[in-house]
Structure formats: structure tokens, C-alpha cells
Design a protein around this ligand. Sequence first.
Ligand code: PLP
Length: 373
Amino acid sequence: MIRWSRWVEINLWALRVNFRALRALLSPKIAILPVIKSEAYGHGLLEVARVLAEEGAYGFGVSEPEEALRLRKAGLALPILLLSGFEKDWLPEIYQLRIIPVVVSVKMLEELGKFLQRKGLSMEFHLKINTGMNRFGIDPEELPRVFEILSKNPHLKLSGVMSHLACAEKPDDPLTQEQQRCFLEVKQVILSQGLKPRFFHLANSAGLIFLRGASGNMVRPGISLYGSYPSFKARAYVKLKPVMTFKARILQVRSLKKGAALGYGPLYRAPSERRVALVPVGYDDGYLRSLSHKGFAWLRGRRVPVIGAISMRCLTLDVSEIENEVLPGEEVILLGGPKEEVPVDELAELAGTISYEILCAIGRRNQRVYRDV
Ligand SMILES: *Cc1c(COP(=O)(O)O)cnc(C)c1O
């Protein structure tokens, strides 16, 4: 068999450690609903779900019915929340797979109500409130209409009320405070109607870490479970381990004479004689082109800079500072590492993006190998 020249290692043990670290920040009464949309941010939907189910997750958040189908086919029986709304045509499948849909508009609530009435079925659902992010959700002013629909239709079982924070990684931002205030107000209004949803939830990773769940009794962490911090400040609150490590083997090493060009552009000319290692990883492997001449890798215990342009299937590293000759076949760490040698946050900053985009891109495009020790 041909060996992979680039691969992603997923450390499921680190995932367990992160889950436990986040758990420890919370009151035991708060349920944890890990968000595993987009192939668990590139880490593998089923593998991640299995481990977190063992660790005591209440259920999972996904964004596509397809993801729920895969989870059910794999035998997962825990609750699954379909976070980003649904299309009317999906309802029979949603019912059959025992998915809990999140209703994000009055129209959707009406459609769900009609479907259940027609079929004579009951279904649990969560209601999403727009507290200021203005994407998904029912505006607080629309609540009277919601109460009217619910009072006329006993098939609709409201089991949760949620919202989403726009910038909880900046906990002092006035918008975060306003969203929390609005959510608590909505909670009071809902309870005053005699409705008793089991869950109120608002917090993503940042809301979990900085606001300890943001006054809800369920939290929805994503990025922190995968070992990346919502912001630098969060490092003072919790210790996380990177779950994903991206490695590759050097294909070739060559010398550049002073003044020699390198790669497309050329974006780089050698300022002095240089040793350059060619790595078979490019933007088609999820290594963002915006890291051209900015990224870095880890080789023999030190950082080596990416020089020149990232191309479709290769990048180049300046290995001149490595003492003994670098040889083809040597492994480099391009992301992650056992001691966070190449922090995803740092790469994201250099690339002008966020860690989420890097993890999704690399994790989904490469062969993943798993370990759980
Ligand atoms: C993706 C998502 C989350 C997870 O956010 P993180 O910042 O990754 O913790 C939580 N809630 C909803 C509704 C989401 O879509």
C-alpha cells in the first residue's frame, strides 16, 4: 500500500480532556450539547460523537438532516438538535429520525404545526429567539403570535428556547450584555405564559467559558471541544488540547543560490544562499493560500517559515537554520502537534481568518487517522 504523504491525526483523548475541562467550569445541572456540524469542524462526525456520548454529552447539535441520519444509522440514540431551521419537505424524515428541530421563524412554526396536526403526531422542538444577531430566530415582538399558535395546537411540544451570541469572545461588549438581557426577559415572558420548556440555552464556547453558560441550563460548545480558544483571553480560563494535528513528509530538499526565484510570482527571491524543503501540501489540501510567505511549520523541534507562494498541491519551507541536513521523507507538523507546536489560532491570525475555517478546510480534505490514548 502507498503511504499517505500528508494526513490528519485526530487525538480523541484530547477531545475527552477538553470535554472534561469544560464540564469542570459548569454547574453539574447544566447539560452539554456538543456542536458537531460540518463533520465536527473537520474532525469526523461519527468518531467525535461516539467519544462525546461516552463522556456524557446530553445530545448533539447538527445543521443538516444528513448528519442526523448518519448518526442514527451508526446507532446513536441521544437527542439531536437540528440547529439552523428546516425546510417543510424535511419534516417526515425529521420525525422518523427523532430529530429535535429548531424553529427559527413564525412561518416555520406554522408549517410544523400543520404537519403535526395533519398526521396526528406530536413533536418536541426548540424555539430560536433573535436577541440581536439578526440572522435566525423569532423577534421578541412576535411572541404573542407564537403563544397563540401553541395554545391552539397540543401537538407542538416546546422543549427548549435558545438564542445565539454574536460576539461572546468579547464578553464585555455591550451587544453580549444586551443579548443576555433580552434572553432573560424572553424567558420571563415565556414562563409567565405557563409554558415550561425544559431547556434555555444561549452559550457557544465563548459563552460557556466567559459567562459560565450565560444563564441557561444547556450549553452548545463547538470550537473549544476541538482544542481552540474562542479568543486569546480564554487561555486564562481553561486549558485545552488541540485535537487535530496535520502532518506531511518532505518530498525534496534543494539549495537556492543568492537571488534565485522560488515558485509562482515569484513571491520570493533568496536574500542569501538558502535550503528549501518542498512539502506536498497546498491550498487544495486546505492549507490556505493566504498563508503564502506567512505560515510556519515545526521540524526537529523548531519553527521553520513558509516561504514563497502556496500552490495547489505544494508549499516550500526555509530549512536553512536546521543544523544537520534535512532529508526527503522527514515529517513536519503543519498544524497542531502534541504540545501545540503550530497553534491554529496563530495560523488563523496570520491568514486573516479564524481557527474554525482552518480546521474545517484541513480536516475535511485529508485522510484522518484516529487515536484514543
Ligand atoms: C456552531 C454553533 C455553535 C458552536 O459555536 P462555537 O463558537 O464553535 O462554540 C453553537 N450554537 C450554534 C447555534 C451554532 O451554530
